[in-house]
Design a protein around this ligand. Structure first.
Ligand code: NAP
Ligand code: GDP
Length: 325
């Protein structure tokens, strides 16, 4: 089937891999709330639809859905401590998923693919702020080299598909994401969902909240619903192969201690807060510049951090039984 001659009546069939995860659910919500356009059909996938590490399953999935556009989110994802344990699995699974998705999209003549990198893939030894030109300028932090190199290779592959086949395959680079439908598993998840879950349990059990590490490392956090709105803008408007950082400003970076304090305030936790310095701090900071984003969207309003944390804590408490944990 030639490009543009797709089944269905809508002009755009947008396939979202990883549609059941934190970012995918946020895009689904934003589309449902009215950001979707009449000519767009959205299809949100989970691993139940196909195991994307498997090339044949991936190709069959793409043939079944005949997408014109792909938002590629599916990945093995985890916080610092999961990354430190499984660097090999992060590398292998993500390399296979990414190659299968990008090549199936190429074979089908998909108009545009947006993949998802992360600011944690940038060089560890660097100058700040980090910008889009620096992805390949030195080794990533040793804690997550498997994930980081697999993600960096998406950028290489996108450039090669453009050079050899004129494909519009690009990528976005979000900072630490959080929100509803996150992975709240304490061992495997990222810092905010981990601390929200720990605070919930400490409050329920009358125990202390244990924050891992010194609390000094710094992070820029983006609310999943803000990221979802930006993804939709990238899908419709962004025309570069070069990736774009999707981040709050450098001035909005907070320490892990300040992030924990926001959660404590949002949940009204009155107990003791302890820092377990026997646990790793990971990368000290990865301060990213959002000046490229700001050139395109000077007026985009990010949800204030404390409000987004409160909404996420409230969602977790209200959905404790169904939340991933
Ligand atoms: P997530 O909540 O863990 O969701 C991962 C998604 O990938 C799920 O839908 C999962 O399906 C799917 N998936 C995993 N392995 C798969 C496989 N073998 N076959 C098919 N689907 C598979 O992750 P997220 O936080 O939304 O992350 C989305 C993207 O953003 C990822 O590419 C991640 O690297 C990137 N990112 C995340 C962050 C962050 O802080 N979370 C920061 C920067 C970039 P099931 O639900 O069926 O398991
Ligand atoms: P990173 O941003 O890629 O390093 O990954 P995380 O989202 O896992 O954040 C890791 C940082 O948060 C490190 O400085 C950890 O020491 C700190 N941290 C504090 N408490 C926790 C926790 O409960 N879970 C996780 N994942 N990190 C924590």
């Amino acid at each position: 089937m030639a490009d543009g001659e797709r089944k269905g009546t809508k002009n755009k069939r947008i396939l979202v891999t990883g549609g059941s995860g934190l970012v995918g659910r946020a895009i689904e919500q934003v589309v449902k709330e009215g950001e979707g356009q009449a000519d767009e059909e959205w299809i949100f996938l989970s691993s139940k639809d196909a195991d994307l590490t498997n090339a044949a399953e991936t190709r069959a999935l793409f043939n079944r859905h005949q997408p014109t556009h792909v938002i590629h989110l599916a990945a093995m994802v985890g916080g610092l401590f999961r990354n430190m344990k499984y660097n090999l699995d992060f590398w292998r699974k993500n390399v296979h998923i990414n190659d299968n998705v990008l090549h199936s999209a190429h074979e089908l003549g998909v108009t545009k693919v947006i993949s998802c990198l992360s600011t944690c893939i940038f060089p560890d030894k660097t100058t700040y702020p980090i910008d889009e030109t620096m992805i390949h300028s030195g080794p990533p932090h040793s804690s997550n080299f498997g994930y980081s190199y697999a993600k960096r290779m998406i950028d290489i592959q996108n450039r090669a598909y453009f050079e050899q086949h004129n494909r519009m395959f690009t990528a976005v680079i979000p900072t630490n994401v959080f929100g509803m439908y996150d992975n709240f598993n304490i061992e495997d998840g990222h810092v905010l969902p981990g601390l929200i879950h720990k605070t919930y349990l400490a409050q329920r059990n009358g125990t202390s909240l244990v924050v891992w590490g010194s609390g000094k490392p710094r992070r820029q956090f983006i609310y999943s619903l803000d990221l979802a709105r930006l993804f939709i803008w990238v899908l419709r408007e962004y025309k570069e192969i070069e990736p774009i950082i999707l981040s709050v400003g450098e001035e909005d970076e907070v320490s892990i201690k300040e992030a924990a304090e926001s959660i404590v305030a949002a949940m009204g936790f009155k107990g003791e807060v302890i820092f377990d310095t026997s646990k790793s701090d990971g990368q000290f900071k990865k301060t990213a510049s959002n000046s490229k984003l700001r050139k395109y969207l000077p007026d985009f309003k990010f949800t204030p951090f404390s409000q987004a944390v409160k909404e996420t804590c409230d969602w977790f408490a209200a959905n404790y039984d169904l939340a991933r944990k």
